[in-house]
Design a protein around this ligand. Sequence first.
Ligand code: GUN
Length: 277
Amino acid sequence: MPTRMSGHEVAKSVYAELREELSSLAYTPALRVVRLGEDPASVSYTRLKDKRAKELGLDSRVLALPEETTQEELLDLIASLNSDEDIDGILVQLPLPSHVDADLVIESIAPEKDVDGFHPFNVGRLWTGGKALRPCTPAGILRILDHFDIDLEGKEAVVVGRSNIVGKPLAALLLGRNATVTVAHSRTRDLGAVTRRADVLIAAVGRPGTITPDMVRDGAVLVDVGVNRVGDKLVGDIEPAAWDKSSAYTPVPGGVGPMTVAMLLANTVQAARWRRE
Ligand code: GUN
């Protein structure tokens, strides 16, 4: 029987560690979550981040601005958060409305407060192996693999998907653990031939049914980052029938999902320590 790797279980251990760490701090880390507009998914994600941060005892607020907020107004807000000594973490929820240049906004966040790990300074440090705030979803995936004692040293890791939020930073983290890393994507020829090589197969595409059972090697470890709404159900990128061929897998929902917010809060505490100590 394959091991079902529950993200809820791992997130619980992250929260327990953070609670312990916070009890020894003489200050309360502060997070500001910035959202433009009322896109339902963004409203729900930003509320969840704020709720979990408050439950942990952080000083957290959602700064919800109107959809029509100009780029200049948003940059002004970020500048004021950057210069506010009491603020440790800044997160701007993506996607942003099309009249705002998201890259410019990300680059305007002070790297030491960039708890998403999206600023080019943190991206560069991630690849060079320096001290960096790491993107939350990839960091959460590594945490799950560590929790379930999955060794990456010398293993074939195949990442399907090359987004700046998941695929690319995950490749850097896996390389940092001495895996042999392949990044496949929508233009990859014969995707199945590539995925069948994987000891650890991570799907981060956002398309249901991307990975079918025939694309999985017996005993592979499967990590599913997909969150796709099909009717009233949430499904991943990996067909559940493929789980039976694996030695371990993350389900959807309840796998990688719960880790993203946990790692955001871990990053906020990390940012506070690096800034204040
Ligand atoms: N939108 C989807 N995922 C993310 C994320 O990890 N961070 C931010 N800021 N926006 C997102």
